[in-house]
Ligand binder design. Structure first.
Ligand code: DC
Length: 214
């Protein structure tokens, strides 16, 4: 029995799960791991070392060496790293290595919030709270577009929209641990919901689970 209260948050990119997860971790004083960063860190390490992205043995070796402490979101959030991450995320040996590290992280007391694609289904299937945060592809593409423009960058909405759909397709249709809601996950569709409303909805689900656990 672990002393850690685990909150599993899954869903596609740009649905708001990162902001929500960080807010929840802060609210409850729990540790937080964005598991997407673990896949991104492996991809970046391969790119930096000039190694191929399609060799499972090499990628697995990198995955075993990845350090979960100090994953830098700013550096790892680059678009081409996300693309590379979604390629190595289809490899079962890479997933096994990263899932083992993610499970170790989830056991840190007093609790941990893990966000990703397969937390409720594969990494922490016994988590007492599972949320599946989603939003329509159009809304997610628009959020990404606004974020880039807001930072003073240049963005092409149609290209972002195509990219969101391509990434969803790869994440949902891979053979190993495809992205999908766990049967006992609470669905939060943020298409027409503010982040504050999503946060309040998540809080009432978590508070109810915490009082059942007390
Ligand atoms: O959430 P993100 O964009 O940082 O994720 C990068 C890639 O890693 C994405 O294509 C899906 C993959 N991923 C995964 O397969 N399983 C997870 N638990 C988290 C991310």
């Amino acid at each position: 029995m672990s002393d850690s209260f685990i909150i599993a948050i899954d869903g596609p990119a740009a649905a708001g799960k990162g902001t929500l997860s960080r807010g929840i971790a802060e609210q409850y004083g729990f540790h937080h791991l964005d598991t997407g960063l673990t896949y991104r860190a492996v991809a970046k390490a391969l790119i930096d070392a000039g190694l191929p992205l399609d060799d499972e043995t090499i990628a697995e070796k990198m995955a075993r060496e990845v350090e979960l402490a100090g994953l830098d979101r700013d550096i790892l959030s680059r678009h081409e790293i996300g693309e590379a991450a979604s390629k190595i995320a289809v490899m079962p040996a890479v997933r096994r290595a990263l899932v083992a590290a993610q499970r170790r992280f989830s056991e840190r007391p007093p609790g941990a919030v893990l966000d990703g694609r397969d937390i409720g289904t594969v990494v922490c299937p016994a988590a007492p709270v599972k949320l599946y945060v989603t939003a329509s592809p159009e809304v997610r593409a628009k959020r990404r577009y606004d974020e880039i423009i807001g930072k003073g960058g240049a963005a092409d909405f149609d290209a972002i929209f195509e990219d969101v759909k391509r990434r969803d397709d790869r994440d949902m249709n891979r053979a190993d641990s495809p992205m999908k809601p766990a049967v006992d996950a609470h669905l939060l569709d943020t298409s027409e919901m503010s982040i504050e409303a999503a946060f309040q909805a998540a809080r009432s689900i978590i508070d109810a689970a915490l009082s059942r656990n007390a």
